[in-house]
Design a binder for this molecule. Sequence first.
Ligand code: PAF
Length: 281
Amino acid sequence: MDVVRSISEMQVMRNAVEGQKCSIGFVPTMGTLHEGHLSLIRSARDECDKLIVSIFVNPMQFDREDDLAAYPQQLETDIDIVKKEKVDVVFAPCKEEIYPEGFCTRVELKKLTENLCGKRRPGHFEGVATIITKLFNIVKPDRAYLGQKDYQQYIIIKRLVQDLNMGIDIKLLPTVRDKDGLALSSRNRHLSAEERIKARCLYEALLKAKSLVRDNQREVEKIKSEMEGIILHVRDAKIDYISIVDSDTLIEKTEVSGDTIAAVAVWIGSTRLIDNIVIDT
Ligand code: PAF
């Protein structure tokens, strides 16, 4: 497995297989890899001839300095983890390599960034779209693999690829959960043992929404109020948002019918967690 730190070396490697009948799979990550990332890596490994994983904590997508400073990083451990997964190349550039002096481009998407995390974290998706555009231009993958936990990110990246004719197949894989349902996230390691138990409330609230819809409750306000009840019952849990949106447009619904996602962002102490599930199709 090659570990590549410079863009030019990554491009040389990528261009060496240009023209060969060889599909390139790509898993972009910010490191601190867990089973969620591994499920993306394993699917990409199964479906592609060559597999590239990027590890880069992208400062542009953090809306708070303290969040960036606290974001866990463990490059050497991550490299050991991916070695076992038969990854061909790990692309792990430093900040200066990606954003050299004078860098001033931003990739901005309208509409899809107006709700959910886009509303709560100004500039976040501009940062995601900018780094993803750069990574896709450098790696030139045939397929890229993303997880359902970051559903809005998936929708935005799919749109970006379509709007800018990048010709990359974007694959969405299910959220990987702990036994009690908590979605795996690098941020979970910030939770104390007590907070970890409290964090179950996100998935519990989402499951409640799904069961209400199954029982034919269609009124969004009623569903949201039940979800709110579950989360607010937990001491130190603060709701950032509860949203019920169309799965394609991410526009808020008032009635559940057809493709619908319930999504939550909740502060457990000083850690902000997100999760979502499909509640109607
Ligand atoms: O989901 C993530 O880890 C990041 O947002 C991504 C897609 C790697 C872009 O920095």
